[in-house]
Write a protein that binds this ligand. Structure first.
Ligand code: HEM
Length: 531
């Protein structure tokens, strides 16, 4: 009974936090939606490092740039695991693979390192640069879509990032958003996120004895198992299809080329290979699209920013559509992108890390296996870091010439632009790709179109978000019109030129020159032995 009564209590040497109740600790204070607002309030009250006691588990929340640097970056060998999530990892394949198949939620260890190395082969800076022709073509289809169906702008932004990622992952374009394979995959993913977010899932994480209950008493677990079966089949199916094409020599360059090499040398199942590929698709597509929806919202709410941005583009590019070579001459556009990432971050509370050993910080104990949250929103909205933080003001970044990775590596954390991409060893590997996709989209959309609030509708509310681990603005109407007939013609002409490069199935007739066929290096023999 004594031990049970200790559950939910905060030991005195832990970081401070809101008062707890026996057994549940702070569980009753975690809001079901818009958690970032409450987490920001607690940061103001309890400081840069605070703790929440959630039943049997501890959550440490880092709400200052310095704390993120000191722990997630400098002690990354301790802080790069992920918390155990029963529904996402244990139910989804832990009986086969420790920690489950999902790379994004995988615990730190050899299997994660292997996936990380395979991703690196396609996401490193050299490989990333060679994907610009893919980004260019998808971008031009997106601009043409905005011309034809401006009301469906969110769909066009999503297709843009999906199609880029399906090419990088599997080698095929996705020229339509209603591609049934993609629809099934994303339906399943959203259902899974929902199931992960249920109270039943939280209780199973926090009170492990409940896991002994039979399935009929745990409908959330039963449903998660069904979803996992469907998902595994989808991921494996997509992988097997490319694997067969690799064998008969018809596959296009993609992550799967390296994945097949890695499978030969490192020996893992087709299920795991399917997840490594499928997880890249999930990591790379919705995220970029969410940031672009945030950008459109900012343009409706801050017309003076839009005007300034267009003046810069007109000055530098005139009648010609911007391209990647213009990047360093369009500093205001670069600043707009950084400001979008700060002002409307889709990973609004990061993706939780976990610490693998007891540690100490600022005189407090950080216990082993704590969930460690990067409180992105509180840091982005800290008036000490950013004056008038709720205002969208690209001027804050006018003298910041870094790209995302350079900024993330700043020695002085107060100089880091934002924390959208996370920190430490789990930091986003797709930053080089995301930077380019964002630059092409933002500069060209502003070059070609005017963005205005839809007549008869109130301006969108930036606080209205679609909830989840990754948030984005709730859909809002917008009026998107070409800036002139000349701009509209140019958009059509560019897309017509691109279409000539595609076959009747809207796939590339010939792969653009310089695509990375394979850069994967098998691990050194000693390292392999450990695996
Ligand atoms: C603006 C767009 C993007 C955002 C906001 C974003 C955000 C994130 C975040 C927050 C993380 C986890 C960081 C952490 O744990 O501290 C992450 C990891 C990752 N992202 Fe991105 N990402 C974006 C684009 C991309 C793209 C385009 C790709 C690839 C095509 C990609 C691939 C990955 C991968 C492979 C990981 C590592 C997963 C792991 O080690 O657990 N991301 N991203």
């Amino acid at each position: 009974v004594y031990r049970l009564l200790q559950v939910g209590r905060r030991p005195p040497n832990y970081p401070p936090g809101p008062p707890t109740l026996p057994i549940i600790g702070n569980l009753h204070q975690i809001p079901a939606e818009n958690g970032h607002i409450q987490f920001q309030k607690w940061a103001k009250e309890y400081g840069p490092v605070y703790s929440l006691i959630l039943g049997t588990k501890v959550m440490i929340v880092l709400s200052s740039d310095q704390a993120v640097k000191d722990l997630l970056d400098k002690k990354s060998s301790l802080y790069s695991s992920r918390p155990e999530t029963y529904i996402a990892q244990v139910v989804s394949g832990r009986h086969v693979v420790p920690g489950g198949y999902r790379v994004l939620l995988m615990q730190y260890g050899d299997r994660w390192r292997m996936a990380h190395r395979i991703y690196h082969s396609i996401l490193n800076i050299r490989a990333a640069k060679s994907f610009v022709p893919y980004q260019d073509l998808e971008n031009k289809q997106m601009l043409n879509g905005l011309l034809d169906e401006p009301d469906s702008f969110i769909d066009h932004l999503r297709r843009y990032s999906f199609s880029l990622t399906t090419q990088m992952t599997y080698g095929w374009r996705s020229d339509r958003l209603d591609n049934p394979k993609l629809k099934a995959l994303f339906y399943n993913l959203h259902e899974f996120s929902k199931t992960m977010g249920t109270t039943a899932a939280a209780l199973l994480d926090l009170f492990p004895p409940l896991r002994y209950l039979p399935d009929f008493m745990l409908p959330a677990r039963r449903y998660a198992k069904q979803l996992h079966t469907v998902e595994k089949a989808l991921h494996k199916g997509n992988w097997m299809e490319v694997k067969a094409k690799l064998k008969n020599g018809t596959a296009k360059p993609s992550l799967c080329v390296d994945l097949a090499k890695a499978q030969d040398t490192e020996g893992f199942s087709d299920e795991q290979a399917g997840y490594i590929a499928g997880n890249l698709l999930e990591a790379g597509s919705d995220t970029t699209a969410a940031q672009l929806v945030g950008f459109v919202q900012a343009m409706l709410l801050y017309p003076e920013v839009q005007k300034k941005a267009q003046e810069e583009i007109d000055r530098v590019c005139g009648d010609r559509m911007p391209d990647m070579d213009d990047e360093m001459d369009l500093q205001y556009i670069r600043a707009c992108i950084k400001e979008c990432h700060r002002w409307m971050p889709t990973a609004i509370m990061g993706i939780a890390h976990s610490v693998i050993k007891d540690d100490e910080y600022m005189g407090y104990k950080i216990p082993k296996d704590s969930t460690v949250v990067l409180n992105v929103w509180a840091i982005h909205m800290d008036p000490q870091r950013h004056k008038n933080p709720s205002e969208f003001s690209p001027c804050r970044y006018l003298s910041d010439l870094t790209n995302s990775i350079e900024s993330a590596q700043s020695k002085d954390p107060s100089q880091r632009d934002h924390f959208l991409f996370g920190a430490g060893r789990r930091i986003c590997q797709g930053m080089h790709i995301a930077d380019r996709s964002m630059f092409l989209a933002v500069s060209r959309m502003l070059w070609a179109f005017r963005f205005e609030p839809a007549p008869g509708h109130p301006p969108p509310d930036p606080a209205a978000l679609i909830p989840g681990m990754l948030v984005q603005p709730r859909p809002f109407p917008a009026r998107i019109v070409p800036r002139s007939e000349k701009h509209a013609h140019a958009v059509r002409d560019h897309w017509a030129e691109c279409r000539a490069l595609l076959d009747e199935e809207a796939q590339w007739r010939e792969i653009p020159r310089g695509m990375p066929l394979s850069t994967y290096e098998p691990p050194a023999a000693a390292e392999k032995e450990k695996m």
